[in-house]
Write a protein that binds this ligand. Structure first.
Ligand code: NAD
Ligand code: LMR
Length: 333
């Protein structure tokens, strides 16, 4: 029997967690042979609701679930965890952009970064889901000087999955038969969902795609899908966000599919000319619990323009909260 992973989830009584926790506990994230202990973190006002979630987890009698702990603060909640999913944040409502949440969430992610630094396992893997996710991940890392920036990631896997779902539906193949889709940049409407290298059953899809559909329908639809869902549901995406988080953590821990890549928001190391010090979505491959940015993909003028626009937005977000952050270290900049 393997030793249990201790997994912290913030915002554990919220909508995404309502799908996510049950999937983690059933083995969808780390495998059907990996026991888990859930350390659930909520605001004090939501602890009553969180107790209800814990009762439901108990009532599922998951064989892999070896404990559930409830915490109203990050310091206790992150103690000894190997994985931390930072979901809790204020979600946007109709008519708002994700970056409207920047200042409100900066405080939350600064405290959580410090708590991860002081209480989590030194090799903790962190996924930020709460928006604006890329900049929140940057904020958390900057407050965690003893952890490597490489341990902090944000979620663009939902966008990656959206791109596959929408493309697959358009060309009449299953999303699972598509490979080499990439999402570049910010988890925001400036992101660049890139199908120039996409393949269906190993064959390039570009020759059979109408370029006008790609530019005028596909790209804007993926970019604005979050808002479209808020309009339709009155609430932001939840089950699909949980699926993105499952896929992101599973691939990071257990490896991505051979012969393909996935999208993760990670600290830029300067690859493709993207500024260091921002958390940017790149195509990555994962192996042995680590990820590496895929190198050498061809970038034409149109792609370069789109990659730059989303980079500029992240640099603006960074500039807007820089005064709230500890000084940048060599490793991150
Ligand atoms: P929700 O409002 O249903 O739940 C959020 C929960 O977080 C609430 O229960 C709240 O009490 C809790 N919370 C707030 N501040 C907290 C803190 N400091 N510590 C612990 N818990 C805290 O929202 P949701 O639908 O679950 O969405 C959560 C976040 O995820 C939002 O920011 C949303 O915009 C974002 N999101 C991101 C993606 C992505 O692809 N990156 C996708 C969907 C949603
Ligand atoms: C999404 O993409 O669905 C989330 O980021 C929620 C949002 O605010 O769009």
């Amino acid at each position: 029997m393997k030793r249990p992973f201790r997994i912290a989830v913030t915002g554990a009584a919220g909508s995404i967690s309502n799908s996510l926790l049950f999937r983690i506990a059933s083995g969808d994230m780390f495998g059907k042979d990996q026991p888990v202990i859930l350390q659930l973190i909520e605001r004090a006002e939501a602890m009553q609701a969180l107790r209800g979630v814990a009762m439901e987890l108990e009532d599922c009698a998951f064989p892999l679930l070896h404990g559930v702990r409830l915490h109203d603060n990050a310091e206790d909640g992150f103690r000894n965890v190997s994985h931390a999913l930072l979901v809790g944040a204020k979600p946007r409502g109709k008519g708002m952009e994700r970056k409207d949440l920047l200042a409100e969430n900066a405080e939350i992610f600064s405290r959580q970064g410090k708590a991860l630094n002081d209480f989590a396992n030194p090799d903790v893997k962190v996924l930020v889901v709460g928006n604006p996710a890329n900049t929140n991940a940057m904020i958390a890392s900057r407050n965690a000087p003893d952890l490597s920036p490489a341990q902090f990631t944000a979620m663009s896997r939902l966008d990656h999955n959206r791109a596959k779902g929408i493309l697959g539906n358009h060309i009449g193949v299953n999303a699972g038969d598509l490979t080499h889709v990439a999402v570049w940049g910010n988890h925001s409407p400036t992101q660049y969902p890139d199908v120039r290298n996409a393949k269906a059953f190993g064959e390039p899809v570009m020759p059979s795609l109408d370029q006008k559909w790609v530019e005028e329908t596909f790209i804007p639809r993926v970019q604005k899908r979050g808002g479209e869902i808020i309009e339709a549901r009155g609430l932001s995406s939840a089950a699909s966000a949980a699926q993105g988080a499952i896929d992101h953590m599973r691939d990071w821990e257990l490896g991505s599919r051979d012969g393909d890549f996935v999208s993760m928001c990670v600290f830029s190391d300067g690859s493709y000319g993207i500024a260091k010090g921002i958390v940017y979505s790149f195509p990555v491959r994962c192996r042995y619990g680590r990820y590496e940015i895929v190198q050498g993909l061809p970038i034409d003028d149109e792609a370069r323009k789109r990659m730059k626009a989303t980079e500029d937005e992240l640099l603006e977000e960074k500039a807007a909260i820089e005064h709230l952050l500890p000084k940048e270290t060599e490793a991150a900049s």
